[in-house]
Design a protein around this ligand. Structure first.
Ligand SMILES: NC(=O)c1ccc[n+]([C@@H]2O[C@H](COP(=O)([O-])OP(=O)(O)OC[C@H]3O[C@@H](n4cnc5c(N)ncnc54)[C@H](OP(=O)(O)O)[C@@H]3O)[C@@H](O)[C@H]2O)c1
Length: 254
């Protein structure tokens, strides 16, 4: 794994983001960890053996997001790896879900990620070095009924990352989209997803996903789909023509 000097990880209070922060700390990177739950972030900071600064921020709130942007602009103490991991989604028919909650999904998964990626890319391009790991999802490969907003936000993340990768590669900056499938975290509970029908083999741990993402951005891979089952699934979905893909995804989403 590449040794990053200082990483900023959003959504580090639980799940994949927390695991990414732990892996980075084990590799000697200093940390800035961001989420709303300050107690959990403080507990993480106490657990690691590297300098770890806690930044409590609700990324759906423009004022709080701007503090995080400012931290990325802090040139004397530069961040050379941004992990845009914070994210959420809700299950249900788009027109029946609460509009304000759905708008929050767009605010965190798209608006915050987009702004932080822009600020970080600007700094890193000037420095001629850096990495941006955007946590997307397998959902970004499919327009899944029951997760319309979430799937659309993750398509955005994968597409943005792919284009940024091409622009920034010649400038020495790595950009990678990490596209996990089912990962055991708090995500499904928070999203009210019914996971009863998902077989054990389909699941990965947050640690497996975190390691795959960090290896991917170190190697400057454009898209990382962690796990053999997910890679086979992604290849099949991407190979199907539109109508067959919609049929298959519709069956899976039931
Ligand atoms: N688990 C899966 O199956 C799966 C699959 C594919 C992709 N992903 C993606 O992986 C990423 C991490 O999710 P996870 O599975 O680790 O879920 P998780 O355990 O629920 O973690 C989500 C993280 O995002 C943070 N977050 C949520 N809303 C926020 C807000 N408004 N402001 C700041 N931070 C916020 C949470 O922190 P606070 O609550 O403390 O703010 C938490 O640290 C997400 O982008 C998700 O879409 C997950």
């Amino acid at each position: 794994m590449a040794r990053w000097t200082r990483a900023l990880v959003t959504g580090a209070s639980s799940g994949i983001g927390r695991e990414i922060a732990l892996q980075l700390a084990a590799d000697g990177s200093e940390l800035v960890v961001v989420a709303r739950d300050g107690d959990r972030l403080e507990a993480l900071a106490a657990e690691v053996d590297v300098p770890c600064r806690v930044l409590v921020a609700d990324l759906a709130e423009p004022n709080e997001l701007s503090y995080v942007e400012d931290r990325l602009r802090d040139v004397p103490d530069p961040i050379d790896l941004l992990v845009n991991n914070a994210g959420l989604g809700f299950q249900g028919a788009f027109h029946e879900l609460d509009l304000e909650r759905e708008a929050t999904v767009v605010d965190v998964n798209v608006v915050a990620l987009h702004r932080l990626a822009h600020v970080a890319a600007n700094q890193m391009a000037a420095a001629g070095h850096g990495g941006i790991l955007n946590v997307s999802s397998m959902s970004g490969f499919m327009a899944a009924p029951g997760s319309a907003t979430y799937s659309a936000t993750k398509s955005f993340v994968t597409s943005l990352s792919e284009a940024m990768h091409g622009e920034l590669e010649p400038l020495g900056v790595h950009v990678t989209a990490l596209c996990p499938g089912f990962t055991r975290t708090e995500f499904q509970d928070r999203a009210s997803y019914d996971i009863s029908g998902i077989p054990d083999f389909a699941w990965q741990t947050a640690e497996e996903v975190a390691i795959a993402g960090l290896r991917g951005v170190a190697a400057n891979r454009v898209i990382v789909v962690p796990g053999t089952t997910n890679r086979i699934g992604a290849s099949l979905i991407n190979a199907l023509p539109g109508s067959a893909r919609r049929f298959a995804v519709g069956r899976l989403a039931r």
